[in-house]
Write a new protein. Sequence first.
Length: 215
Amino acid sequence: MSEAATRDRIVEAADRLFYHQGYEHTSFADIAQAVGISRGNFYYHFKTKDQILDAVIGQRMANTLWMLDCWERAGKTPVDRILGFVHLLIANQADILLYGCPVGTLSGELAKLNHPARDDANGLFTLFRAWLRRQFAHLGRAADADALALHLLARSQGVATLASALRDAPFVEQEVARMEAWLRSVAQGTDAGTDTDANVDAPAPRLPEQGPTRT
């Protein structure tokens, strides 16, 4: 296997482990075992875990740019393109139910750790925000395009967080339907600002039963 291929496998394995068990709780040994290489071979490519983190964030940025470009080319209208973002919740539902949003979980963890790479991780949100802002501007909402972009980002993050906490797949589908209805109202100019509950009558998510409160 070439050096480049080995490095790519290390980054891929680290990305998956950071998502599944967290950056702080993932060790060099975990990544080396997942790739199936010796520690010596591992250290040839990366000397510190922070170097691996930088590579993971860089790879995520490249993947996100590629995905946004695909949506840009495939979507005939701004609504079609924005729906690509909304439907990520469905496409990644199995992982989201178990681990939450990969962008949000990493950014949140690095913020708690006050890690120097936290701003780089947040750059993924910046990419989505700028791209969504352009799409809403194309819908004729240039004046509030950024507010709409931030609202949709916040809503999708909230859905991912609750879906993971509740393990509730129908909740994800209901919320995606709400966002679709809101997006249609934005395109038609009949929306009520950032009210994503427009024109959808869906039940609230199922909450776990709570026992008696201890005193």
